[in-house]
Design a protein around this ligand. Structure first.
Ligand code: ADP
Ligand code: ZN
Length: 403
């Protein structure tokens, strides 16, 4: 094994052979899934799969199906083979539950180890699997997080991008030079929420590190579904197959598990929007790449008939000098029309500046946003730290419109 792959045989398998392996695994996965009451009732065992194209004939599975299957209708193996379940909080209704067998946990560890091998770490089991000293810290308590990063000479972190920016804000407020304070930090794995290329750059520049995009969802395993290699040009997606859309064309990521035993999922609709990156990556991995997520289909805002993704707004803001690290989009009803307010934190240096330059920045942002999203928002500038930071994933959109 060379030192740039974790599992060279599988990561660099010739495409033909890889597709053959996927086909065999797909047949097996569908046969296993057919044992679950949910898929049995759909008649899954009667679907014939002769080629990967037949995938598109299979029924899709949605989050609602997961809810409706609570608690056990998606379990495909004897219950005594299940060793772990992860459940969502159920705050929006019936919880969704994902089951794992021992083999599933081991497989997840392998997949995530593959993701981290050249990139970073932070995913607990995979970190340990690679022999890294692994420190789970959970959310919140920023000063404690910073102390741990420093005292334990942490070299790689796995972090939500908005929280990485919050760490940056905190260091800046304390007038601490991040490169001197955290000299050992080399790599960040950014995951769990959509973010732009500009945000990645900002994080890389501030800490003087490399930042890699890491994608996952709990319905699959969690992190480790797709990751960026050192070339930082699209995310390699592991052994799951995609619903075929032409390369380059945006679509919804639909994932079929190939190795899961406790709870195989067939054509699971993630609602995440991306596209397949054409061509082969120069890192030598033959697994297809997907572009960074543009967002989820349910994050799309429709205002005055125009479709808008929060990431379009982030791209404009983060790319503009004088803008700080946090922002929020507020939607309001104004008479019969919907109205958008974009609240933008200022860079501390800009905040200390004169009124005329603030006015100039506001006009510049208003025009740049109008050019990008085709409607004119009200831009509100606020002091650094003026927008509350969420405990977990950033809350980018506050919709105050009456339902
Ligand atoms: P987790 O708790 O690991 O974030 P969830 O199942 O709660 O898992 O959330 C998964 C969702 O988070 C994905 O469907 C996607 O919308 C979003 N997500 C995760 N990673 C990324 C990423 N790297 N880029 C964009 N969105 C992401
Ligand atoms: Zn690559």
């Amino acid at each position: 094994m060379t030192d740039i792959y974790w599992d060279e045989t599988i990561e660099t398998m010739p495409v033909e052979q890889l597709r053959q392996l996927q086909l065999e695994k797909l047949k097996a996965s569908v046969a296993r899934a057919a044992n679950a009451p949910f898929y049995r009732d759909l008649g899954l065992k009667d679907y014939r799969i002769e080629s990967l194209d037949d995938l598109s004939k299979l029924p899709v599975t949605t989050k609602q199906d997961l809810r409706d299957s609570y608690p056990y209708r998606l379990v495909a193996c004897p219950l005594d083979e299940v060793v772990r379940l992860h459940s969502s909080s159920g705050t929006t209704g019936t919880p969704t539950v994902v089951y794992h067998s021992k083999a599933d946990i081991d497989n997840w560890t392998e997949l995530t180890a593959r993701c981290m091998f050249t990139g970073g770490m932070g995913f607990h089991y995979a970190g340990e699997h690679l022999g890294c000293l692994t420190l789970p810290t959970g959310p919140g308590n920023t000063s404690r997080q910073l102390k741990f990063l420093k005292d334990f000479d942490v070299s790689v972190i796995h972090v939500i991008p908005s929280y990485a920016l919050h760490l940056a804000d905190t260091l800046e407020k304390m007038s601490i030079d991040p490169r001197k304070y955290l000299p050992k930090l080399r790599i960040a794995f950014l995951g769990a929420e959509p973010h732009t290329e500009e945000t990645r750059q900002k994080i890389q520049d501030f800490f003087g590190i490399k930042a890699f995009n890491s994608f996952g969802l709990s319905e699959m395993n969690g992190p480790g579904v797709a990751f960026e290699c050192p070339h930082q040009n699209g995310l390699h997606i592991w052994d799951e197959t995609l619903k075929p859309v032409p390369e380059g064309q945006q679509g919804e990521l639909v994932i079929t598990t190939l190795n899961r035993t406790a709870m195989p999922l067939i054509r699971y609709r993630t609602k995440d929007l991306t596209h397949v990156v054409a061509g082969q990556c120069s890192c030598g991995r033959t697994h297809r790449r997907i572009a960074r997520m543009q967002g989820r289909s349910d994050d799309m805002l429709i205002l005055k008939g125009v479709n808008i993704f929060p990431m379009q707004i982030e791209q404009v803001l983060v790319g503009t000098p004088g803008v700080g690290r946090n922002y929020q989009i507020i939607l309001e009803a104004k008479g019969h029309n919907d109205h958008m307010i974009v609240r933008v934190e200022l860079d501390p240096a800009m905040f200390a500046g004169d009124l005329a330059s603030l006015e100039k920045l506001k006009t510049k942002l208003t025009h740049a946003l109008r050019d990008e999203i085709l409607i004119t928002p009200d831009v509100e500038l606020c002091e650094p730290g003026g927008i509350p930071v969420a405990e977990g994933k950033a809350v980018r959109v506050v919709d105050n419109r009456p339902r």
